[in-house]
Design a protein around this ligand. Structure first.
Ligand code: AVI
Length: 326
């Protein structure tokens, strides 16, 4: 089974073993599902940036406008001289809005991509030459030791974009707890939540007319073919988006438009017409749901801002445990 040509063995040896594991396992189980994190290779990240500018994709512009109008209130509640720690900072696109009003003592962007960190650090140092920036290249889903240079100043975690929605509830609670442990005593968290809304708005946001989200989803199959020596017939799959009302989430799937047979890393797979690979969840939260989630994750909400249409909300919380029943 593994007796392939040498160059292929070499190429496979360079592949992230976690990617190989998740893909082979995800294609073998029913329903088939591959974790959304693998959508974000270089091309996937570029496509995601393009998604954030689409007319149908309201979350990015809505969160930005909430942030712009709420920064002085946020600054009053957090006080000056906190260290802003951004989880999954990416291009740090929303950070400058916060930095001007909050007057932090330092900024710590955390991202798994060294390239993103280099670019965003360079851009922010130009815009805020006085601000000490300490980039951390790491996976923030585990507890991290923050750079010693930031000292003991209280921290403000920043987790915009409703990225928390890409985790199912137990995983989201785990992540909130990890963030509380990473940030330490006296910390606060500013976090974005996408609200439950009409499917007339939700579905096009994940199935745009230009096909950018479709390309983002289908890119996973190209990645599998490239990195895992796959023979997936990409043109036999279509981007499929569903609203799962019971779970309050948008689901992205890759649906086989015809019966297909292919190999990945030498392992054979067959899918019948209409079968799907589930590639992403994007959970939406009702007005009170976000508070419940935060409390379960070791945070106490203290303020919330939403846009007029209540499409999106930003919540400020402080680290703490809600007292148990009297
Ligand atoms: C990264 N995340 C918050 C996006 C979302 O809306 O769930 C990912 C995305 N997937 C398709 N479009 C955007």
């Amino acid at each position: 089974m593994f007796g392939h040509a040498n160059d292929r063995q070499l190429r496979l040896a360079e592949v992230d073993p976690a990617f190989r594991h998740d893909v082979l396992k995800g294609l073998s189980v029913h329903p088939r599902a591959i974790p959304a994190t693998w959508l974000h290779d270089r091309r996937g990240s570029a496509l995601f940036e393009a998604i954030t500018a689409l007319p149908e994709y309201y979350p990015t512009r809505t969160e930005r406008s909430i942030l712009t109008s709420a920064t002085s209130e946020i600054a009053a509640l957090t006080g000056p001289d906190r260290v802003i720690v951004e989880f999954g900072s990416g291009s740090s696109a929303k950070t400058p809005i916060l930095l001007s009003d909050l007057r932090p003592s330092a900024y710590v962007p955390i991202d798994i991509s060294g390239e993103f960190l280099r670019e965003s650090t360079a851009a922010l140092s130009d815009a805020f030459p006085e601000l000490p920036i300490f980039p951390v290249k790491a996976d923030f889903t585990g507890i991290l030791a923050l750079p010693e240079a930031i000292g003991g100043a209280p921290r403000l975690g920043f987790f915009p974009g409703s990225t928390i929605g890409n985790l199912v509830v137990p995983a989201a609670v785990d992540l909130l707890r990890v963030m509380a442990a990473t940030l330490g005593a006296g910390s606060m968290l500013l976090i974005g939540f996408d609200r439950i809304k009409n499917t007339d708005i939700l579905l096009p946001a994940y199935d745009d007319t230009r096909g950018v989200t479709a390309a983002f989803n289908l890119n996973l199959l190209h990645r599998i073919n490239r990195e895992l020596g796959g023979s997936v017939p990409v043109d036999a799959f279509r981007h499929a988006v569903r609203w799962n009302d019971a779970e309050a989430r948008i689901e992205m799937h890759l649906e086989a438009a015809r019966d297909v047979h292919f190999e990945v890393d030498g392992w054979p797979f067959s899918m019948a017409t209409g079968e799907t690979i589930h590639t992403e969840n994007s959970l939406k939260y009702g007005p009170r749901d976000a508070g419940v989630l935060l409390r379960a994750g070791g945070w106490i909400p203290i303020a919330e801002w939403a846009d007029q249409q209540e499409f999106f909300s930003l919540v400020l919380a402080r680290k703490g445990v809600t007292p148990s029943a009297p």
